[in-house]
Design a protein around this ligand. Structure first.
Ligand code: PRX
Length: 637
C-alpha cells in the first residue's frame, strides 16, 4: 500500500498546507480519490456554519469496511491487520491477517443480520478491549448499522440514558472484562440498564471472563452460538452495504457543559478520508510498521486511531486489553519489545503514572524498534514530554502532540513526525485543510502572537455533523458562541512561528486522565444523594490525572461520620455516571459563594481548590463575601 498523499518534508508541508487552504475542495478531492468508492461523489463540499450544515463528497457511495478490509485483500491478504494482547501476560496474543479479519467481520455481519439488525439501526456496543469489539464495529459498518460504543467504565444508568437517546434496539456486550487485577461484570451492568429499556430487542453476549450471567430467553444470545450458525463457506463474505458518504457511521457520547452527554454523529466518507490522511501523515506510517495506540475503543481515539484509520491505511494495529501497570509498570515496554512496536501513541496521564515507578521497569526492555511517539487527550506537561523523549524515545523518536476532540473526528493540530518541528508542550501546526483561528471573548480574531479561544473557520472532512436527535444542540454548543466559526471549547496560545499551544478547556468541562466530564453532570449525580442540598464541582491540578475533581457540598444534616458520607456520595456518583466521575475531594460547606442573582462564582471555588490563599479578585458581586473565608478555612489538602 502506498500513500500518495503522504508528506515527506517541511517544505512540502508548507506548500500542501497553502494549497489546501486556497483550494480546499480540490485538495480533499485529490486525497479522496485514493480510496475505494462504489460511486464517485457529485459534489465535494456543501457547507454553512449557521445551521450548521456540512456535507462532504455528497452523492458518493462507499462502504468504509471495503476500504478497511477488502481493499487490502489483493495486495496484502496475509499482512497482519490486528494484533491483540490480552490482559494476562501468560495468555497468548491473537493475530488477525487482513483476510482473517475480513472473514470475521463478514460472519459477524451475518450474525447481526440474522438477529434482525438492518441498515440505519443503532447498535450499542459495551465490551472490554477484545478483538471482537473491533469486529463488532466493523460488522455494523459493513451492514450500514450505526454503532454507539459505550466505554466499559460507564454505569448502568449511563448506558440506559444513551440507549434511550440513540433509540438503540440492539446491544453487543461481554459477560465480563479483565482490567488489570479486576474483573468487571459487564453483562450484569447491561442487565441493570435494560430494566429501563424494554425497546431493546437483542443482546449478543461474548464470553470472555466466563462470569456467570443471566441469559433471558429470546432477548439474549451467545456470540459463539450465533457465529457457529454462520460457519459455512457461504458466510465468509458479506456484500458490503452501499452507503452514502453522508450516512452516519457512528454516534459517540461525550460530555459538555450541560448535564447530559450528547451523541456526536460522524458520517462515513469525510471521516474515512480525514482520519486516514491524518494517521498516515502525523505518524508517518510506513507499510510494515507496527503501530500501538494504548487508548480504549470506548473513546474517540480508539475509534479513529485503533480501528478505522490504521485499517484503512492497511496498517498493523496493536490492541491491548489490559492496563499499563499490570502485572507491573513495565507492561507497555514489554509489549513494545515483544511486538517490535514502531509507533507508540499514548496519553500524558499514562506517562505521568509510569514516571512515578522510576526507570527500572523500562531498562530491562529493548525499545530500539520505536521510531515515533505520540500523545493525546490533554496538554502534555514539559516534564512528561522530556521523560517520554529521553527514556522511551532515547532522544531519537519525534513526539507528536496531537490535538483534537470527539467532535473533530481526527487530529487537527499536530506536528508531523520528523517532518515538521516539534516543540515541547505545543501541538504546533494545523494539518492541511485545517484553519484554526483564535478569538477574544467578543469574537474578534486575534492575529499573530496571542492567546484566545480556539475556533475553526472552515470545515474539515471529519467535523461533527450533528448531535443525535437534536440538531439544535449541535448548533448552540459549537456554532453560536462565535457566529461563522466552530468553537472547540479550548483556550489556546500561538507563538511567533504560528505554533499552537492548548491551554485547556475554557468551559465547565473537566479533563480527568484524558477523559471528558462536565461539572454539571457530576453535580447532578452528587445532588441525587438523599442528604445533599447543593453542590459545586471544579477541577484542580492533579499530579497523575492532570485534573482532579473537587466537590463542594452542602449537606442537609449534621454529619456523624463525614468520611463515610463522602464514600456514600462517591458511590452515588459511580452508580449514576461511572467510577471515572468520582470526586477526588469532597469538602462540606455551609454555603456556596453566590452572586445576588444566585449564580455560583466558580472562579473563586476553582482558586481555592487550586490552593490559592488570596487574590480572589473582586468579591463585591457576592451576596455574602464571608463565605469565601469559611470555605477557604475548610479546604482539603
Ligand atoms: O481539551 C482538549 C483535550 O481533550 C479535549 C477533547 O476531549 P475528547 O473529546 O474526549 O477527545 C480526547 C481525544 C482526542 C480537547 O477539547 N485535548 C485533546 N488532545 C489534546 C488536548 N489538550 C491539549 N493537547 C492535546 N494534544
Amino acid at each position: 500500500m502506498s500513500y500518495p498523499y503522504q508528506i515527506h518534508s517541511f517544505e512540502q508541508y508548507q506548500s500542501v498546507y497553502e494549497q489546501s487552504i486556497t483550494h480546499p475542495e480540490a485538495f480533499w478531492e485529490s486525497v479522496a480519490q485514493h480510496f475505494k468508492w462504489q460511486k464517485k461523489w457529485d459534489k465535494i463540499l456543501d457547507w454553512n456554519f449557521t445551521e450548521p450544515n456540512v456535507k462532504w463528497f455528497s452523492g458518493g457511495k462507499l462502504n468504509i469496511t471495503e476500504n478497511a478490509l477488502d481493499r487490502h485483500l489483493q495486495e496484502n491478504p496475509n499482512g497482519i491487520a490486528l494484533i491483540w494482547e490480552p490482559n494476562h501476560p501468560n495468555e497468548k496474543e491473537r493475530r488477525f491477517t487482513y483476510s482473517q479479519l475480513h472473514e470475521e467481520v463478514c460472519r459477524f455481519a451475518h450474525v447481526l443480520k440474522n438477529n434482525g439488525v438492518s441498515k440505519g439501526d443503532r447498535v450499542c456496543i459495551y465490551m472490554g478491549m477484545v478483538p471482537e469489539l473491533a469486529i463488532a464495529l466493523l460488522a455494523c459498518a459493513r451492514i450500514g448499522a450505526i454503532h454507539s460504543v459505550i466505554f466499559g467504565g460507564f454505569s448502568a444508568h449511563s448506558i440506559s440514558d444513551r440507549l434511550h437517546d440513540a433509540k438503540a434496539t440492539f446491544v453487543v456486550t461481554c459477560d465480563g472484562a479483565f482490567r488489570g487485577a479486576k474483573e468487571i461484570a459487564l453483562k450484569e451492568i447491561v442487565d441493570d440498564a435494560l430494566l429501563a429499556c424494554d425497546f431493546v430487542q437483542k443482546v449478543i453476549v461474548l464470553t470472555r471472563t466466563r462470569t456467570p450471567v443471566s441469559m433471558i430467553k429470546v432477548r439474549d444470545v451467545w456470540w459463539h452460538d450465533e457465529m457457529k450458525k454462520v460457519s459455512g463457506e457461504q458466510f465468509a463474505n458479506f456484500e458490503a452495504e452501499p452507503m452514502d458518504a453522508e450516512d452516519p457511521l457512528f454516534i459517540l457520547y461525550t460530555s459538555g457543559s450541560t448535564g447530559k452527554p450528547k451523541g456526536v454523529v460522524h458520517t462515513i466518507g469525510g471521516y474515512m478520508v480525514f482520519t486516514t490522511f491524518s494517521f498516515v501523515n502525523v505518524f508517518q506510517y510506513k507499510p510494515g510498521d507496527v503501530y500501538f495506540c494504548t487508548a480504549d475503543i470506548g473513546w474517540v481515539t480508539g475509534h479513529s486511531y485503533i480501528v478505522y484509520a490504521p485499517l484503512c491505511a492497511g496498517a498493523t494495529t496493536l490492541m491491548f486489553e489490559g492496563i499499563p501497570t499490570f502485572p507491573d509498570a513495565g507492561r507497555l515496554w514489554d509489549m513494545v519489545d515483544k511486538f517490535r512496536v514502531n509507533i507508540l501513541y499514548t496519553a500524558p496521564t499514562a506517562l505521568r503514572s509510569l514516571m512515578s515507578y522510576g526507570l527500572e521497569p523500562i531498562v530491562k526492555h529493548d525499545l530500539s524498534s520505536l521510531k515515533v511517539l505520540g500523545s493525546v487527550g490533554e496538554p502534555i506537561n514539559e516534564e512528561a514530554w522530556f521523560w517520554f523523549n529521553e527514556n522511551i524515545g532515547k532522544g531519537k523518536c519525534p513526539i507528536v502532540d496531537t490535538w483534537w476532540q470527539t467532535e473533530t473526528g481526527g487530529i487537527l493540530i499536530s506536528n508531523l513526525a520528523g517532518i515538521t518541528p516539534a516543540k515541547p508542550a505545543f501541538a504546533t501546526l494545523p494539518l492541511p485543510g485545517v484553519q484554526p483561528v483564535l478569538v477574544d471573548e467578543q469574537g474578534k480574531e486575534i492575529s499573530g502572537v496571542g492567546s484566545g479561544n480556539l475556533c475553526m473557520k472552515f470545515p474539515w472532512p471529519a467535523i461533527i455533523r450533528t448531535t443525535y436527535g437534536d440538531h439544535e444542540r449541535c448548533r448552540t454548543n459549537y456554532f453560536t458562541a462565535y457566529p461563522g466559526l466552530y468553537f472547540s471549547g479550548d483556550g489556546c496560545l500561538r507563538d511567533k512561528d504560528g505554533n499552537y499551544r492548548i491551554t485547556g478547556r475554557v468551559d465547565d468541562v473537566l479533563n480527568i486522565s484524558g477523559h471528558r466530564i462536565g461539572t454539571a453532570e457530576i453535580e447532578n449525580a452528587i445532588n441525587a444523594h438523599t442528604g445533599v442540598v447543593e453542590s459545586a464541582v471544579v477541577g484542580y491540578p492533579h499530579d497523575i490525572k492532570g485534573q482532579g475533581i473537587y466537590a463542594y457540598v452542602i449537606f442537609k444534616d449534621d454529619l456523624d461520620d463525614p468520611d463515610l458520607t463522602r464514600k456514600d456520595i462517591a458511590s452515588t456518583v459511580a452508580h449514576i455516571i461511572g467510577a471515572i466521575a468520582k470526586p477526588d475531594k469532597i469538602q462540606f460547606v455551609n454555603s456556596l459563594p453566590k452572586t445576588r442573582s444566585g449564580k455560583i462564582m466558580r472562579r473563586i471555588l476553582r482558586k481555592i481548590a487550586e490552593g490559592e490563599t488570596g487574590n480572589f479578585g473582586d468579591l463585591t458581586a457576592l451576596l455574602d463575601p464571608s463565605v469565601v473565608e469559611q470555605i477557604q478555612n475548610g479546604k482539603l489538602d
